[in-house]
Design a protein around this ligand. Sequence first.
Ligand code: 3AL
Ligand code: ZN
Ligand code: ZN
Length: 508
Amino acid sequence: MERFVWRVLPFLTFLVSFIVFFYLQDSYRAQLHPQVKLTENKCSLLHHRHFWITSKRIVTPQGIISGSVEIKEGNIISVIEGYGKQGNSKHEEVIDYGDAVVMPGLIDVHVHLDEPGRTAWEGFDTGTRAAAAGGVTTVVDMPLNNHPTTVSKETLKLKLEAAENRIYVDVGFWGGLIPENALNTSILEGLLSAGVLGLKSFMCPSGISDFPMTTIHHIKEGLSVLAKYRRPLYVHSEIQQHLELTDKGGPRTYLTYLHTRPPSWEEAAIKELVGVTKDTRIGGPLEGAHVHIAHLSDSSASLDLIKEAKSRGDSISVETCPHYLAFSSEEIPNGDTRFKCSPPIRDAYNKGKLWKAVLEGHIDLLSSDHSPTLPQLKLLEEGDFLKAWGGISSLQFDLPVTWSYGKKHGLTLEHLSLLWSKKPATFAGIESKGSIAVGNHADIVVWKPEVEFELNEHYPVFLKHPSLSAYMGRRLSGEVLETFVRGNLVFKKGKHAPAACGVPILAK
Ligand SMILES: NC(=O)N[C@H]1NC(=O)NC1=O
Ligand SMILES: [Zn+2]
Ligand SMILES: [Zn+2]
């Protein structure tokens, strides 16, 4: 026994001094460089809080540069030209991305996260994991499909409670404008004071019973309150028109569905809206209010009305979604309800005109209108376009889809960062995000536009219900490598950070 003790003693002494040496060294380094946190940071897959990113393609407001971005405690503190060059720092981590593109993270202002109440459709955890995996660093949540809908300060509180410790990216919230609160200023003011970034309303039935549609009368009331808060109104712009019913081949043919929602529905709604937006001009009675047209599909008369209103100085903007830019009605197979959405996807001619408007800047920004449901409500087996849930499931693929279909039309990296980051940030009033500039949050996507991939069972898909997505089975280009939210590396190579450290964005 004694002999055994004498044998292991030198080994134990060595082990203890080894541990003590590294412990002391770590605390010494932590004292010298307090920014180097040596404890594990569960919010990030990278432990450093002060580091540099270097790449040959960084998309900045001044153009694409070869250079380095310095990030400290979640913010961008310097941007310098010269690949591989850093300031005079020696101790910070440098991450070299070579010729991968470093771009501002995407801001998707139109996402239905459906929690609380319909978490089986989509939720904060699943939705924001998909966002992070797609380079989307901020989403703004819609006030409907969750139950109860977000139409008062009390229901916003339910959203905030449900989101706590469950969001991987930052999340803002739209409140709902419905007839009940439009005619009750104190409810509306309560909701706006509680921090929603603006209001959303429908000019046709929303498909959700506790989110009734608003008329132009309710919208005017809502705008007069919004003018005071200087926040926007987001409108689902379709008004039901009388239909000549003609048989286009039964409910499994896409044409049948397309004919139930013609462009005249969008045109009718936008005509009423531009009748009101004239009052939003500088000096007008609604100055400070703003109208934003959700998911424009009609690139003819409806778009012309918006262009005219803009040229007169009205405070109005418009978005379209990747599905209107990627698909055309001619190619939608019979019974494939994954493509059902409202307004509907129109023909190839319409799609070409939408692309032109995007590239010429007449369409201000892009958003996903990510709106999944339960697979059984999509009626994939039955293939009935008239009865199936309308909504596209796409959040993780905003970037590769826009890029894959857009580059054939001349879309550039600068366009992408304007349409998906800068313009959405300005529209939603999120000043600290949307571009790689000193003082901004370090919300960044690193991706490889040239890498092609097959969206099949081998791809790390984080959508809650991949079977609902019309993008599955497609070949896309643009692989997202890494995503940073306020300096936290929240996604890397198919893996998320251990903890969900996104924060709610509330207007003040
Ligand atoms: N309620 C809801 O999510 N509706 C959305 N789905 C869709 O296809 N268009 C919408 O506005
Ligand atoms: Zn809508
Ligand atoms: Zn929507």
